[in-house]
Design a protein around this ligand. Structure first.
Ligand SMILES: NC(=O)c1ccc[n+]([C@@H]2O[C@H](COP(=O)([O-])OP(=O)(O)OC[C@H]3O[C@@H](n4cnc5c(N)ncnc54)[C@H](O)[C@@H]3O)[C@@H](O)[C@H]2O)c1
Length: 271
């Protein structure tokens, strides 16, 4: 360990179970000396196993629905109180598509579902930042990170309306990041992570094929949740103070590969 987050305070959204990317980030943030509050939707707290993570990392859990301004206002106020000062980092690791859950095809969405998924997966990031900004809850040189996926730039048919949500999320990072940077010297970035076997990831139709294909296409192979946690810690640390408004690919090189030898070999065999 490098004590990269020694003395830093934060809020971590989205640790549901030990497979969650946010869970790994919480473990590493703790190892690197951070103090933080864990939060998730009230219903997820009933289903998940967050108490175990809270005990292990000496953290408090504050339930908050990330679509509710009232919940978010309470969360930020209480976190600053509990942690004894303003925040240095915030992780947004939240995603959910009702259309995906209910098996609706992209071309046949139920728009109530679309709106709900968009609010949870994208607008919630704006709401979180708006509350942090208005309460002046971030320290200078603080860092805010949200997790995203490359379906924001390229077509992955089964990713459904989450592709649109991720495009919106990445745009919010740039737009809000401008004001957070200019007014408060806080950086805002998104990390575009490889397919990862978590509850949200495995909810996408055909996940296994998708996962293996990405792995075969990436010169370094898929990035794991643990590796994503390492990368996120670097963005929370003082080693990346001038990185902001970026969508950062953490995908073993997948995003810049046209085709790999291993995928070519597979199709050669088919001839
Ligand atoms: N798993 C992948 O393949 C993958 C790849 C790239 C990006 N991501 C992104 O990583 C992030 C974390 O997902 P994960 O893969 O760790 O899955 P996960 O299912 O463990 O995490 C998703 C979290 O969102 C929370 N959530 C849902 N609705 C909420 C609400 N209303 N308020 C607060 N929290 C709510 C869930 O309770 C859960 O903790 C998501 O943004 C996801 O899109 C995942």
């Amino acid at each position: 360990m490098y004590n990269l987050l020694k003395g830093k305070r934060g809020i971590i959204f989205g640790a549901l179970d030990p497979k969650s990317i946010a869970w790994k980030i919480a473990e590493k943030a703790h190892e690197e000396g951070a103090k933080f509050v864990l939060t998730n939707a009230p219903i997820a707290l009933r289903m998940g196993t967050m108490n175990e993570l809270a005990e292990r990392t000496g953290s408090e859990i504050i339930p908050a629905d990330a679509t509710s301004m009232e919940d978010l206002e309470g969360l930020v106020t209480k976190s600053v109180e509990i942690l004894g000062g303003k925040l240095d980092f915030v992780l947004h690791s939240i995603g959910m598509s009702v259309n995906v859950r209910k098996g609706r095809h992209y071309t046949d969405q139920k728009y109530d579902f679309t709106t709900k998924g968009w609010d949870i997966s994208a607008v919630s990031f704006h709401k979180v930042m708006s509350v942090l900004y208005k309460q002046d809850a971030m320290n200078e040189w603080g860092s805010i990170v949200a997790l995203t996926y490359m379906a924001a730039q390229r077509v992955f048919p089964d990713y459904n309306d989450m592709a649109d949500n991720k495009a919106y999320l990445e745009s919010i990072a740039r737009s809000f990041g401008y004001f957070f940077g200019t007014d408060k010297k806080v950086r805002v970035n998104t990390i575009s992570q490889s397919p990862t076997p978590t509850t949200a990831g495995q909810g996408v139709k055909g996940f296994d094929g998708f996962f293996t294909y990405a792995d075969k296409m990436s010169p370094l192979g898929n990035a794991t949740a643990d590796e994503c946690a390492d990368y996120t810690i670097s963005l929370f640390s003082d080693l990346t103070k001038k990185v902001t408004l970026q969508n950062l690919f953490h995908d073993g090189g997948f995003s810049n590969v046209g085709v790999s030898q291993s995928v070519m070999d597979y199709f050669d065999k088919e001839e």
